[in-house]
Design a protein around this ligand. Sequence first.
Ligand code: SF4
Ligand code: SF4
Length: 169
Amino acid sequence: MEKNLDVIKSLAIANEDQNFEFRSFLKMLQISDKKLDSIVKKITSGVMKEINCNECRNCCKVSAPSLEKDEIVIISNYLKITETEFIEEYLYMEDQEANELSVKIPCPFFKNDSCTIEEVKPIMCRDYPYLLKKGFRGRLLGVIDNYEICPIVFNVYEELKQKFKRKKN
Ligand code: SF4
Ligand code: SF4
């Protein structure tokens, strides 16, 4: 199983076309969304047993979450600052049209290899890398984005390629 982040980054560039082709293949694949979710869930569980997030933390180093309105309240309370102070210091408007506020990158809450707001960390961080959620087929663009960031996503996507390649042959 590949865990080296430099290797994964290089392979993400080398495999870009293949990843998009495989996305198209999965979009057209004649199995139900439920069945595909269940296959992804099974592969993900196996991969997660082999990868220790505490030894990686790459998602915290290179990305940061968007926040729901109630999370702004919860985290600013946790930090004992006003919502305005929290927004000014830690957030930026990522998507003007969606009116969505995101944590600045690199994430200012990532210190000494851990999350300083672990108890109240945003749902996007708790759910990352989103492979156990329903609707895998509809989130394939995000999966390809995360393929270069997250060793779990990288290995799950590669295992899926192998699985369906074997089926085709
Ligand atoms: S979720 Fe992925 S990127 Fe984040 S720490 Fe775990 S393996 Fe690394
Ligand atoms: S809020 Fe915490 S878990 Fe989320 S990206 Fe920042 S450091 Fe990582």
